[in-house]
Design a protein around this ligand. Structure first.
Ligand SMILES: NC(=O)c1ccc[n+]([C@@H]2O[C@H](COP(=O)([O-])OP(=O)(O)OC[C@H]3O[C@@H](n4cnc5c(N)ncnc54)[C@H](O)[C@@H]3O)[C@@H](O)[C@H]2O)c1
Ligand SMILES: CC(C)(O)[C@@H](O)C(=O)O
Ligand SMILES: [Mg+2]
Ligand SMILES: [Mg+2]
Length: 335
């Protein structure tokens, strides 16, 4: 049998190792805002560090922080958390963090990309660890304010103090993750599985599955509104049941006709060919080829992202959603 994962919860974690430390949260976007607010609400000493006095700065001020420029946050910090885009981290590290950080300050990540692919080479005197929430930033904040927490992975890359894991667990506790549970991993495992998940399932796979089904129905002459409700809108309801009760619970909640069709046609559509492509996607991540391609895309000004977003925004799926928005809003539960 495979070794069971090591899981930590609230009883295994204490805020003590970081309660007297100054924590610099660099970035105030998806994760940055959630972490800064949760860590502050957990009684920790947070300073928000930002590059420019732009939208993030305004948002941080509105949330009661007094943001400072990155280098000023870094100078004071015992713990420096990178919550800026992955592609930006190495430049900010090189230009603002490394020249200004206190010797031995901790470097903390929410995703292993820059360390695993060796884009950042941290000083040997720093603890380097990761707390990677397994959910979007807005959910990290939402669950925390409602007494819960989004599960996370923790990993230690460098540990000159010998206390890196205790501090990783303390941060995980501070953002609410240990209220759920935190799994110990490595930078390699987190980086590769996170990229694989977002590409093949969470972001790419699910979206393209829904879009392909929508387009098939529309091409066959069915009304786009009917196709939208069927192949896109209902997904949330089905996934909510999977979240609450697993696949078994979901299969119980649908008709026998849906069970039979789902159990047979699901495998016909998502077949061995698709699995082969999933393996290819994993290989591209593991070999570093995906990282190389993404760095190159970013260096060219991310044209593929820009085109992709524009194509989706103008797509029939999104046009249909805009038409159905009021119905969807009206139908949402009121409490
Ligand atoms: N988005 C998520 O929910 C999520 C989930 C798990 C892990 N992560 C990881 O968390 C980290 C942050 O991701 P995110 O999605 O929260 O980032 P984001 O795109 O929301 O980051 C935006 C913040 O970074 C700042 N920023 C943007 N460009 C910058 C630049 N050129 N220089 C300096 N600052 C800049 C912005 O001002 C803003 O404050 C990444 O390592 C990511 O992989 C994200
Ligand atoms: C929220 C996700 C997809 O899980 C995260 O991994 C990201 O990169 O945004
Ligand atoms: Mg990711
Ligand atoms: Mg992820």
């Amino acid at each position: 049998m495979k070794k069971l994962a090591k899981i930590y919860t609230d009883q295994d974690a204490s805020l003590d190792p970081i309660k007297d430390k100054k924590i610099a949260v660099l970035g105030y976007g998806n994760q940055g805002r959630a972490w800064a607010l949760n860590l502050r609400d957990s009684g920790l000493n947070v300073i928000v560090g930002l590059e420019r006095e732009g939208n993030s700065w305004k948002q941080a001020v509105q949330d009661g922080f007094q943001p400072v420029h990155t280098e000023d946050a870094v100078k004071q910090a015992d713990i420096i958390i990178f919550l800026i885009p992955d592609m930006v981290q190495r430049y900010v590290y090189r230009e603002k963090v490394q020249p200004n950080m206190k010797e031995g300050a901790d470097l903390v990540f929410a995703h292993g990309f820059n360390i695993h692919y060796k884009l950042i080479d941290p000083p040997s005197t720093s603890d380097v660890y990761m707390v990677a929430p397994k959910g979007p930033g807005a959910t990290v904040r939402d669950f925390y304010t409602k007494g819960g927490g989004v599960p996370a992975l923790v990993a230690v890359q460098q540990n000159p103090s010998g206390k890196a894991m205790e501090k990783a667990l303390a941060i995980a506790k501070g953002i609410g993750a240990t209220r759920a549970g935190v799994i110990e991993t490595t930078f390699k495992e987190e980086t590769e599985t996170d990229l694989f998940g977002e590409q093949t399932t969470l972001v790419g796979g699910v979206m393209e599955l829904m879009r392909s089904a929508f387009r098939t129905l529309v091409e066959l002459g069915y009304q786009p509104e009917v196709a939208y409700f069927e192949t896109i809108n209902e997904m949330k309801m089905i996934v909510d049941i999977i979240y609450e009760k697993g696949f078994t619970g979901m299969l119980k909640a649908v008709s026998d006709t849906a069970k039979y069709g789902g159990l047979t046609v699901g495998k016909f559509v998502i077949n061995e060919e698709v699995r082969k492509r999933m393996l290819e996607a994993a290989e591209k991540i593991r070999s570093g080829k995906f990282a190389e391609e993404w760095i190159e895309e970013y260096n060219r000004g991310s044209p593929t992202i820009k085109e992709g977003l524009e194509e989706i925004e103008n797509s029939l799926e999104e046009q249909t959603r805009r038409r159905l928005k009021e119905i969807i809003e009206r139908g949402k539960p009121k409490s």
